[in-house]
Design a protein around this ligand. Structure first.
Ligand SMILES: *[C@@H]1O[C@H](CO)[C@@H](O)[C@H](O)[C@H]1NC(C)=O
Ligand SMILES: *[C@@H]1O[C@H](CO)[C@@H](O)[C@H](O)[C@H]1NC(C)=O
Length: 331
């Protein structure tokens, strides 16, 4: 068990770094509240002067590939939806408004959305949508990638529709952006580089009389492999069509993971969204996790760190659905 006092501090950040996670969900255009229903990741590195945000997951074997760092820890609330509802996942980096950069403009890559029963089991993640390189442009312009040209330019909005007739129950929406700016090298061979994964999970409860069950899907970790052409990929080569000494450039991109389920909606629907009524800011990280050690600290300024306590953390996913504890007793 992790002491309440330590994990209670695992909340949110503001940062000068270009990392990204989901700050809110709109259901049919209506904001459900900042961080409501979202398993917000922890900062998974040491303290950093100037700001704190989640670092990417890069190890494909890590349990963090499932719902990011501390992704087994439930949010205290779950978003109620119906089959056919249009969800807008609101990705941000520093703050939840339209001036936020969402994700660094170097982080070209695909965006993907999966759904799984909550909790996930083996092969339970089913792909609902994905988008990769959708337009190549002549050198030296970069091509248009989902993360940097679609999601970032559309104020962080990533759209997905709850499958038609989906059976009532608890599900996780696992949404993900992948930054390929260092993806020319395999993390397996060079852990300082490699594709950067930004998965994040949203807890939903589907209501209604639907009868459609999800088919067999894929597992996280497990769905992606270093031998996948979309994981080790030279994004600069593809977007800038540079002549490389290492061989010919590919200007096509194969999105990793399975194909999109035939039961998913063929079109993603961008609905107009309400203003964010809740907070558009988050508090700075006071807790971080590195090599399974959770550290809690206070900052007198952005440089002076006083460690308050440490604890060892191991992800612990239940095999049966657990009702989330209310916010007040969450930790
Ligand atoms: C979702 O979007 C589609 C396409 O715009 C629309 O036809 C449908 O009515 C929307 N669903 C809901 C529940 O608003
Ligand atoms: C967005 O939020 C940030 C941080 O609170 C603030 O500095 C900025 O002015 C806001 N932008 C808009 C358009 O509200």
């Amino acid at each position: 068990m992790i002491p309440t006092s330590i994990l209670g501090l695992v909340l949110l950040s503001s940062s000068a770094y270009a990392h990204t996670y989901i700050w809110g969900v709109f259901v049919n255009g209506v904001d459900q509240g900042t961080f409501r229903g979202i398993r917000t990741p922890a900062y998974n590195a040491g303290p950093h002067a100037g700001g704190y945000s989640n670092s990417p997951v890069k190890d494909l074997e890590s349990i963090d590939m499932r719902c990011n760092v501390l992704g087994d820890i439930q949010a205290p609330d779950t978003i109620k939806v119906q089959p056919g509802d249009n969800l807008t996942l609101d990705w941000h980096h520093d703050y939840r408004n339209d001036t936020d950069e969402v994700i660094a403009n170097s982080h070209h890559g695909p965006s993907l959305i999966y759904i799984s029963p909550d909790p996930p089991t083996e092969n339970s993640f089913v792909k609902l949508w994905h988008e990769g390189l959708y337009e190549t442009l002549p050198h030296p312009q970069p091509g248009k990638w989902s993360t940097t040209s679609n999601i970032a330019k559309n104020f962080g909005h990533m759209n997905v529709r709850v499958p038609q007739d989906l059976k009532a129950g608890f599900y996780l929406i696992r949404a993900e952006m992948i930054g390929l700016h260092e993806g020319d090298a395999s993390f397996l061979k060079n852990p300082r580089r490699g594709a950067q994964f930004y998965p994040d999970c949203v807890q939903i409860e589907v209501t209604g009389e639907g009868s459609v069950e999800l088919p067999e899907g894929v597992s996280f970790p497990g769905a992606y492999d270093y031998s996948d052409p979309g994981i080790v990929y030279d994004v600069y080569c593809s977007t800038e069509t540079k002549t490389r000494s290492t061989g010919p450039c590919t200007t096509t991109y194969e999105i990793p993971g399975p194909s999109v389920w035939s039961g998913a909606w063929a079109e993603t629907t961008a609905v107009s969204v309400s203003p964010v009524t809740d907070s558009s800011t988050a508090s700075t990280w006071s807790t971080w996790i590195q090599n399974s050690i959770v550290t809690s600290a206070t900052y007198t300024d952005r440089k002076t760190v006083t460690v308050v306590g440490t604890s060892t953390y191991t992800a612990s996913w239940s095999s049966t659905y657990q009702t989330p504890a209310p916010a007040t007793t969450r930790w």
